[in-house]
Design a protein around this ligand. Structure first.
Ligand code: IPE
Ligand code: IPE
Ligand code: MG
Length: 258
């Protein structure tokens, strides 16, 4: 399904495979998981990294092409300094540990978000990992780090405004497709399935633009407990749904039979 399908809802109806092509996840509940065990919150984040590994390999096995994970939101800077520092360290060390395996498994790694704030060293490691894996094709693993959906839309608007100022585009001719092309996820299809663990039923400034027609699934499970069987439940829920994109159920049935 290409990005240009935005103007034609019939073309957005997924065909063939009933599995999602793109899964986006808010991995929530690490802190509560640790607190329930009288452990420091960072212990929950460490356990969470193990679940990330599991989910990445499950997606690879199932042939899911895009996995996008919310690791750190632009609002998470408001947390205690020590937790923020530990989260960044955990992210960078997990990347160092996993990079070889990601590459061997033909996984393309990339990060979306305003990463400069993580410091020069972290940025260098992230860029190295992206460069090493850029031609891999089995699965695109995107980590949203210091990411916010509103930030993303604002930076897309700023880019279009610059181009309008330079006389390259007409302000009145700006279309949703042009905004989309300037967003961080411009080269991926919109998520088919959104999963949030932890029990909260909100989007928390994740992929605001791209979630317009995504199927939402809220798991009453803390992220460190989200294993393969929990992922299968989410996939079962997804495959049982009819996606309509504004059409009627009958129209969808007709396109399936055509
Ligand atoms: C999600 O778990 C991970 C991050 C936000 C980095 P939390 O740390 O939000 O866990 P809870 O919601 O406090 O349990
Ligand atoms: C969302 O979780 C961000 C990540 C999982 C990285 P939060 O725990 O920060 O979300 P809120 O604050 O409960 O909405
Ligand atoms: Mg949380």
């Amino acid at each position: 399904m290409s990005k240009s399908s935005i103007a034609n809802p019939i073309r957005q109806v997924p065909r063939g495979s009933s599995l999602p092509q793109h899964v986006a996840v808010i991995m929530d509940g690490n802190g509560r998981w640790a607190t329930q065990r009288r452990l420091p919150r960072i212990a929950g984040h460490s356990k969470g990294v193990k679940r990330v590994r599991e989910l990445v390999s499950a997606c690879g096995d199932k042939g899911i092409k895009y996995l996008t994970l919310f690791a750190f939101s632009s609002e998470n800077w408001r947390r205690p300094k020590l937790e923020v520092k530990s989260l960044i360290e955990l992210f960078v060390s997990a990347l160092d540990e996993e990079l070889k395996k990601l590459h061997e498994n033909n996984i393309k790694f990339r990060v979306i978000g305003h990463i400069d704030r993580f410091g020069k060293d972290a940025v260098r490691r992230i860029k190295n990992a992206e460069a090493l894996t850029r031609d891999n094709e089995r699965l695109v693993l995107t980590i949203a780090a210091n990411y916010g959906g509103r930030w993303d839309i604002a930076q897309a608007c700023a880019e279009l405004a610059r181009r309008a100022q330079e006389g390259k585009i007409e302000a009145d001719a700006i279309t949703p497709e042009m905004i989309e092309a300037s967003l961080s996820m411009h080269d991926a299809p919109d998520p088919d399935l959104f999963i949030r663990t932890g029990g909260e039923q909100r989007v928390s400034n994740f992929l605001l633009w791209q979630l317009a027609y995504t199927e939402l699934y809220f798991a009453p499970i803390l992220w460190p407990d989200f294993d393969r069987s929990q992922f299968d439940l989410a996939l079962d829920s997804y495959t049982a749904r009819q996606r309509r994109f504004g059409l009627t159920g009958e129209q969808i049935e007709a396109t399936r039979q055509a």
